[in-house]
Design a protein. Sequence first.
Length: 165
Amino acid sequence: MTPPKLIGQYSGTSQSQLKTRRASKHGAPMEEDNSQILEDAHSEFKKQNFNQAEELYTKFIASCLQSRECDAGSLAAAYNNRGQIKYLRVDFDEAVQDYSSAIQADSHYEVPLYNRGLIRYRLGFFDDAKSDFQQALKLNPDFEDAKMSLQQTLLDQQEKMNRGY
């Protein structure tokens, strides 16, 4: 299994496509301060300053939830990326909560579905993982990591059944 994905790192979606998707969905520009907080959070994450990145994502999310001008794509990115920080700390329950919030913010974005599916797979919740991977593939049929993860989930689920678990 491959590790969770950061929104914006998945090669199937370019940064310009993400910006276009966000702008077309919401029309209203995000407040400049919020935009800078999110950029700073992404920057800290790339530097592997995870504590600082998590604080900035949390600040962005809180501000975004209070703002009428915050777009769903940016909110989903913040939740997803904060979820990855929690995943790296092996705090799976909180990571799943963030991935679920990302999905709720933007139900048409496949990356948080994939990431949540990975955790569910690791915890042995194969039906839930299978559902997440299938939904991610409905949204993006070319998502190779989701294809491989779905195949592995089905194999492991069958093996578990064959062993009588």
